[in-house]
Ligand binder design. Structure first.
Ligand code: G3P
Length: 218
């Protein structure tokens, strides 16, 4: 499973990329607002750090506006992936972006398997089902991931499942068990994956015993 980080915080991205953990980055208008930066400047800075796909989202809601914005975002860097919403204009733009701009696309704000089916038929590179927001409404976000996985496998669709709106390490594990292609994870959640109290306890005990040997390796 590929790990993308879900943030526009350049410092966080640089730190995680230095750990060799990142296969890409996803941003959205809310994350750009949170970054306090200009979308073009922030996206360019992120693309200079991470080699993988960096999702930058259009904000127009009509096809023509989406294409204008996608053309502008694509000029920022070769690894900019254009994010469009799961609407009919977004799906139309998805096809056109792949065809006319030859760019990857990430269809976002997906909340059902049927929406994901439409995105695959539109040739989306990635589909972003929002697990956490489904859970917040009392639905089962992981069930939607499982349904999409089965449908995509039934028809051998190329679209990659990019699990989004991830809120916990358990979400990450369950996405991997189901076979999501990518998980886009908030920085804190990504860092938390490495933590286990028994690891900390065991390392402390090893070091204490090693100190008693009086030895040095180098
Ligand atoms: O990429 C989508 C993601 O940022 C949404 O997460 O926590 O706002 O539902 P959240």
């Amino acid at each position: 499973m590929k790990f993308f980080v879900d943030t526009a915080d350049v410092a966080e991205i640089r730190e995680l990329n230095d750990l060799g953990l990142l296969d890409g980055v996803t941003t959205n208008p809310s994350l750009i607002l949170k970054s306090g930066g200009n979308i073009a400047d922030v996206t360019r800075e992120i693309c200079d750090i991470v080699d993988g796909p960096v999702s930058a989202e259009v904000v127009a809601t009509d096809f023509e506006g989406m294409m204008r914005e996608a053309t502008s975002l694509a000029k920022i860097a070769e690894n900019v992936c254009i994010k469009v919403p799961l609407t009919f204009d977004g799906l139309k733009a998805c096809s056109a972006i792949r065809g006319d701009l030859d760019r990857q696309t990430n269809v976002t704000l997906c909340f059902s398997a049927n929406q994901a089916l439409l995105a695959a038929k539109a040739g989306a590179s990635f589909i972003s089902p929002f697990i956490g927001r489904l859970d917040d409404m009392g639905f089962d976000g992981m069930e939607v991931i499982a349904e999409i996985r089965q449908i995509y496998d039934n028809y051998d669709f190329d679209t990659e499942i990019l699990a989004a709106s991830i809120r916990s390490a358990d979400h990450v594990k369950r996405c991997a068990l189901i076979g999501a292609d990518v998980a886009t994870v908030p920085p804190a959640t990504l860092k938390a994956l490495v933590k286990h109290p028994l690891t900390d306890k065991g390392l402390e005990a090893f070091l204490a015993d090693w100190a008693k040997t009086g030895q040095k390796i180098v």
